[in-house]
Every structure is written in structure tokens, then in C-alpha cells.
Design a protein around this ligand. Structure first.
Ligand SMILES: Nc1ncnc2c1ncn2[C@@H]1O[C@H](COP(=O)(O)OP(=O)(O)O)[C@@H](O)[C@H]1O
Ligand SMILES: CC(=O)N[C@@H](CCC(=O)OP(=O)(O)O)C(=O)O
Length: 261
């Protein structure tokens, strides 16, 4: 049985027109599906307006207790519930979740090494309860995960949404043929970040390494591809990175970049 795990990034969520276009196409996808959303840009903007200076290291947010409050409100509240309401409008019976709900994703607070990331959760191969998630899917419900997890001891944790999508895809690979799709505002992995026509239709691990060395791939694309390649190594059937308003092209050659081992 096939399952789509689709992640939508913060730049798309921040643009209501693009978000609606994406959610309409997501609703129209047939079969089992899970949506994972970020919202980093909105959390950053709101932090600024609350006088809390956002700090990110290699795309990961340093999450002190104040920041944890902001991201919980923004990701698990505002964004998650809006997305669920929009999906209901398109007759997609979604349920909005954090990892704490039904204990679906348990994380471990990142240990302090050179940097103290604060309340940031890391995932392991046993973090996801795939059996319980599968029960939800089989009852016709579409899970929508925000970037909030928990440690099982009462502590909420902020976890990168790309990582959550990858961990869900890997865990559910034992039960489904999983396609993991990262949707964002560009056409895929680009040779020139400002030119959508420069999209690479395929990349493998060796090419990724070379593109990294040549600084063709940078910023948020680095952890995204790292998560994506990990998913392939751990048994996910197919992984794509592509543009949020082209989801209807999924399964055709013209959608985004496909990753190979
Ligand atoms: N080679 C590349 N191809 C596409 N995007 C790239 C590339 N290198 C860097 N990027 C940047 O990575 C960003 C995506 O990462 P990020 O902002 O973390 O995504 P999201 O929040 O949607 O998960 C793009 O907006 C783009 O500016
Ligand atoms: C720990 C950590 O960095 N968490 C992320 C979670 C949100 C996210 O991943 O959002 P995008 O997909 O929009 O980047 C953050 O707070 O930015």
C-alpha cells in the first residue's frame, strides 16, 4: 500500500495564496497521506515583534523557554489549526497533531555539546509509533503534524519539521510503500538558486557531496537534503524535493528533484 508523507516549508505557509493552492492539491491526492508543516519564518517574525531575538545555528533554532512558548503557539496552534480548517474545507478529514498527541512522536532533548540548543528534540529510530499512526490512517483520517514533539516526561520540544517528515517516512516504511515529498517555494534542487530553470531532475549521494563542496547547495537546503538522503538509506521508497504549487505533477517526470542513493 502506498503512503505519501509530504512536508510543507515555512516560506510557503507565510504566503496565504501559495498555501491555499498547495492545500487544495494536497486534498486532491488519493490514498493514504500525512502532512508535516514547518513555520520557521512566522515564528521568527513573531519573536521579533515580541522583542525576543531569534537565534538559529545551521538552520536549527536555539529554543529557550520563551522561544518554546512562541513556537508552541505558532506551530501547534495558529498554523496547525488553520491548515486543518483549510483541509476540512476541501473535504480532507485532517487531524492536527503534535508528537505528544497519542504519544505519536517521542523525542530526546538534544544534549549540550558546543552549543546549548535548549528545548530542541532529536528523533531516533524508535521515536515514532507507526502502528498507532496506521490505525488513524486506516480510519480515513489525515494526520497533520506540527514541529512540536515531547520527551514523555511532560516536556514539549521543538523539532525541525524536515527531520519529523523523514522520521515518519522511515518508521512507516515497515508498513507502507512510502513516498517522501519536501515541498517548498522553489522548483527543486537548483544549480543556480535564483533560476528555477536550473532545476536538477535527479541527484545521488555522490553528486550531493560535490554540490556541497562547490557551495551550490547552502543554507536550509543542507539539512533538508541530509534528512532526505537518510530516509532513502533507511528504506523509504522514493524521495522528491519540489515546488509546492506543482504537487499535481507528482508522479510525472516534471515534478522537482528525485533523490537516489
Ligand atoms: N541549490 C539550491 N537549490 C534550492 N534551494 C537552495 C539551494 N541552496 C540553498 N537553497 C535555499 O534553501 C532554502 C530552503 O531551505 P529552508 O528555507 O530551510 O526551507 P523550508 O523552510 O521550506 O523547509 C531555499 O529557500 C533556498 O533559498
Ligand atoms: C529545532 C528547529 O529548528 N525547529 C524548527 C521547526 C520549524 C521548521 O522546521 O520550520 P521550516 O520547515 O519552516 O523551516 C524551527 O523552530 O525553526
Amino acid at each position: 500500500m502506498e503512503l505519501y508523507v509530504i512536508k510543507i516549508g515555512g516560506n510557503v505557509i507565510d504566503n496565504s495564496e501559495n498555501l491555499h493552492h498547495f492545500l487544495k492539491d494536497f486534498s486532491a491526492l488519493k490514498g493514504y497521506k500525512i502532512l508535516v508543516h514547518g513555520g520557521g519564518k512566522i515564528a521568527t517574525d513573531l519573536s521579533h515583534s515580541m522583542g525576543i531575538e531569534p537565534k538559529l545555528v545551521d538552520g536549527r533554532r536555539i529554543t529557550d523557554i520563551e522561544t518554546l512558548r512562541v513556537v508552541t503557539m505558532v506551530y501547534a496552534g495558529l498554523i496547525n489549526k488553520n491548515i486543518v480548517a483549510q483541509l476540512q474545507r476541501y473535504s480532507c478529514n485532517a487531524i492536527g497533531l503534535t508528537g505528544a498527541d497519542a504519544n505519536l512522536i517521542k523525542a530526546t532533548k538534544r544534549p549540550v555539546k558546543d552549543i546549548d540548543y535548549g528545548f530542541v528534540g532529536d528523533l531516533s529510530d524508535t521515536s515514532v509509533d507507526e502502528e498507532k499512526l496506521s490505525t488513524l490512517l486506516k480510519s480515513g483520517i489525515v494526520p497533520v503534524f506540527s514541529a512540536i514533539t515531547h520527551d514523555g516526561e511532560g516536556q514539549l520540544l521543538n523539532t525541525n519539521a524536515d527531520t519529523i517528515a523523514s522520521a515518519l517516512a522511515v518508521a512507516l516504511s515497515s508498513l507502507y510503500e512510502v513516498s517522501l515529498v519536501y515541498c517548498f517555494e522553489k522548483k527543486g534542487v537548483l544549480l543556480d538558486v535564483d533560476d528555477d530553470l536550473s532545476v536538477l531532475r535527479e541527484i545521488n549521494t555522490a553528486e550531493f557531496k560535490k554540490l556541497k563542496e562547490d557551495n551550490v547547495i547552502a543554507g536550509g537546503m543542507l539539512p533538508k537534503l541530509h534528512n532526505a538522503f537518510q530516509a532513502i538509506e533507511k528504506g523509504v521508497t522514493e524521495v522528491y524535493i519540489g515546488k509546492s504549487d506543482e504537487l499535481q505533477l507528482l508522479g510525472k517526470e516534471s515534478f522537482g528533484t528525485r533523490l537516489f542513493a
